[in-house]
Design a protein around this ligand. Sequence first.
Ligand code: MTE
Length: 318
Amino acid sequence: MLIKITKPSDAKTSEITPQSLFKDRRRFIKAAAATGAGLAVGPFLMAQEAEAGAKLLGIQKSKWQLPEKEWTPKEDVTEYNNFYEFGTSKESPERNAKKFKPKPWTVKVEGEVDKPGDYDFEDLVRPHQLEERVYRHRCVEAWSMVVPWVGIPLADVIKRMGPTSKAKYVAFETLFDPERMPFQTSSSLDWPYVEGLRMDEAMNPLTLLVTGLYGEELPNQNGAPIRLVTPWKYGFKGIKSIVKISFTEKQPSTTWNKMQPGEYGFYANVNPEVDHPRWSQAKERRIGDFLKSKTLMFNGYADEVASLYSGMDLAENF
Ligand code: MTE
């Protein structure tokens, strides 16, 4: 996700840190740390290597699987992130979110719903079966990953909350706490980060509230303790560290649409036929691959979601 920093001075895809260069830099840093040369690149980098995620128990395999050899290495999934609350470069969330304590955590449920309230993370998640879903993850910046997420279907949570007949949309909000999310003191985004789905999108079986990856607790930089994943949409729909879920009658506003309405629509469906105004969306580079591959309509999930948009002009509703 790229902010248009200077007015229409059109960043090109070439301005996005190429992932191969990024990886080489990471490898250099790791090698330097291992050989004791780490001090040359900063002491905090030495400390980075220490942490490991806690295993999640009772995960059921789902029908959404992809061969393990296609999975993006965990290191890439957790070290190449967008999470502007912790900085704007790809490596900054991993570095700057280290001290963030995601629990205890409360999610407020409000609006057009029978059971509003403040739900402790455990009360929100524990009644549901944790599943592993291996999804393709396509960023609007034209790179992609394959991620073994762990989570619970959003539809199950919605059914439990009991939306009223007026609930047409579901809106999500990220924590706003500049003391814990240091880059919220910057004006890079309009805080707090917000997202939304139409009710039928939220109820689609693919839509997941994610609490882990690679069988482990969700790392802070990936949106701990709970985030959204809608695999047929560009990654920016995947709001992280959610503290509020609201059921609304009107279409909610979304962070990137507010920031740059001409570039990021409410729907944000992966659509190779609709270019981003500053680059093509026809191809993507799978992290770790040298060559680009063709981007698939709805990120390859057309059978499951195309019917949600029948009759809509997807070039208009991008
Ligand atoms: N959620 C919040 N709260 N803040 C963010 O900056 N970035 C979005 C999305 N969710 C973002 C966010 C963008 S641009 C992308 S591409 C995905 O998170 C990246 O998720 P990942 O780090 O798991 O790949």
